[in-house]
Design a protein. Structure first.
Length: 256
């Protein structure tokens, strides 16, 4: 007999996961925006840019703040999806998340949060550097440059906060989704396969639409646009396959 963890249809499972993703994204988007705007404000008020430079201190403080935001957000997001799988499986029998899953989560948070915070910091520096260079080339004065940093910086911050919230929420969610299912299946000897479930709208990548409905064993990779991915949002994949992805992961369970 084949059934899903949730006992529902593919569409029901997709809609449940997407709703949870959207809720978690909304919670972190504002925090990201505020953090990006704070470093923008510091740079615009400092006037150190008159020397054509940005104080390293501001960027380091921003990276540290982003690392903290991401750590908390990863923790919440990963366990939200893991506990969703656990609740679905516990409809018939009481189970708990294996210890090795908690170890995976700790390692993911430790490595991914700092790595992504540093990448965000690098992009922030590039954005601000570009605004300052453009102002300099136009011969803008101190007050005009400060205004340009604040105004353009806000536009960049709003767009980037949205992209970061969508991408990092999805990456953490699908990590928690996949590895909780894998570790639960291994721990309790449940014969499980995973299924790629795409989100279809005007923004869906052709490669992701084509991947919809792929079903493979838990230890096998999906093939998405010629690239191997263990789950949607897999950080080992290229940015083109990960950024702003909204595909989700479903499961079929064989019961004899």
């Amino acid at each position: 007999m084949v059934l899903s963890f949730s006992g529902g249809t593919r569409k029901q499972e997709h809609d449940r996961q997407l709703a949870l993703l959207l809720m978690l994204e909304s919670k972190v988007r504002r925090k990201m925006f505020n953090a990006l705007m704070e470093v923008t404000r510091l740079v615009s008020d400092d006037q150190y840019y008159e020397l054509g430079r940005i104080r390293t201190q501001y960027l380091l403080e921003n990276i540290f703040e982003m690392d903290g935001i991401l750590r908390k957000h990863y923790q919440t997001t990963i366990y939200s999806f893991a506990l969703n799988n656990l609740r679905n499986l516990n409809k018939k029998q009481r189970r708990k998340l294996p210890n090795r899953f908690d170890m995976r989560v700790s390692e993911f948070i430790r490595t991914q949060a700092l790595q992504q915070a540093q990448l965000i910091g690098d992009t922030t520096q590039e954005d601000l550097r570009g605004i300052i260079d453009q102002a300099t080339s136009k011969g803008l004065g101190v007050s005009e440059t400060a205004k340009a940093i604040r105004e353009q910086g806000e536009v960049f911050a709003r767009a980037r906060a949205e992209t970061i919230a969508i991408t990092e929420t999805h990456n953490a969610a699908m990590f928690g989704n996949f590895y909780s299912a894998k570790d639960l299946s291994d721990e309790y000897e449940i014969k499980t396969r995973k299924e790629w479930i795409s989100t279809f709208d005007a923004r869906t990548r052709e490669e992701h639409a084509a991947a919809n409905g792929q079903v493979v064993d838990m230890d096998e990779a999906f093939i998405v646009g010629g690239e191997r991915m263990m789950y949607p949002g897999d950080p080992a994949a290229s940015a083109a396959n990960v950024i702003r992805c909204r595909c989700v992961l479903g499961y079929v369970v064989s019961e004899e």
